[in-house]
Design a binder for this molecule. Sequence first.
Ligand code: SAJ
Length: 417
Amino acid sequence: MTFNSLSVIGLGYVGLPTAAIFAGHGLDVVGVDTNAAVVDKINRGEVHFVEPGLDKIVGDAVAAGKLRAALEPEAADAFIIAVPTPFTDDHKPDLGHLMAAAESLKGVLKKGNLIIVESTVPVGTTERVSVRLAELCPELSFPHDAGDGADIRIAHSPERVLPGNVVVELSKNDRVIGGITPRCSERAAALYGLAVEGKCLLTAAATAELVKLAENAYRDVNIAFANELSVICDKLDIDAWDVIEMANHHPRVNILQPGPGVGGHCIAVDPWFIVDSAPDDTPLIRAARKVNDAKPHHLAGRVLDAAKEMTDPLIACLGLAYQADIDDLRQSPAITVVRELAGAGQTVLAVEPHIKALPTELDGLEGVTLNDLDEALNAADIVVLLVDHEDFKDVVKDGAKDRLAGKTTFDARGIWR
Ligand code: SAJ
């Protein structure tokens, strides 16, 4: 049986591009989101966040009548759940959105349906979804209980796309697919086969859950190494990027890039899901989190030391997003730096070309304003580069003029060397 219709629950950074790509391959796709403004926007063929190439594929799919958005789930052949799975203040997984999304399928599920959990989840969650739906839908059988012969098939297939390159990576990346049973994996692979060029690697649900968490914890640990090295370099007055560039000439060394810290909704969050599952066996993963979380404070401390040597300096902070060329501010270390500078009584000229107003974390903070790049560069005594946005790259070589001349600079991304 092939798939004609798909419902994607959660129209955020992963769900919306996923919905658009399947619609572009001919499926009738309904995207579901609880935010009415998002639903309206998508139905007008527009997108609600910055992601290269996304506006075109969403616009085309809506215009072709293959993609529409709704507030409630509707019957479909397959469902993909792509909602946020954040953590609580004490670093425990918060599965509230995920379980609510799963529960919203009660009443629309029918025999033969496939459900895929794409959200990043702690080990055991896909099975929990199956158990919960079995409680809510007693007329249907579910794979944790009925095995391969179940009415409903459920699998975990973690998204692995990099914000800023989502449209390309969604179709090119290999996919890990972990079904609750082998048949569940095969059905999920058949769905992705309609739109994904990468390989489908089939495994069990729990293995797929840990694969995704391991990928992000691995990256966090490696970034922590680069960040720790850069703190050492600051102390020894050595250029960290020189050290890394030269060390990386070794055939078996590949050190990542230091930065102002690790942000986003993935790398800064997912390692905690492993810690939560194995609290006594995760010293390295915890240490990496601690090193990366300390990095913005280290940077802010250095800027404040420089500011203390001046009278009422103006500090330009370039970039608020958590990484280059996107407007995503979630868990952004740049925001932590700005808050810390403002909290110490400094005047901060924030520059973020991808947003039109200060985010709530900074709005109303005394001493912080949102500025355009030229205003901030002209006025600032200290310039702190926090995000390697394209717009900031040619600041040092704007014609013959060095726009940083005479200013104290902190280049947390190493792009002005
Ligand atoms: N960062 C550094 N130095 C580096 C690389 C990144 O400081 O060398 C910083 C970034 O500036 C950013 C943070 O780390 O603040 C995280 O960025 P990232 O590029 O590592 O990745 P994310 O969080 O945008 O996306 C990650 C990706 N996972 C891996 O690369 C293993 C992506 O493939 C996942 O799909 C995504 O998490 C996710 O949704 O889980």
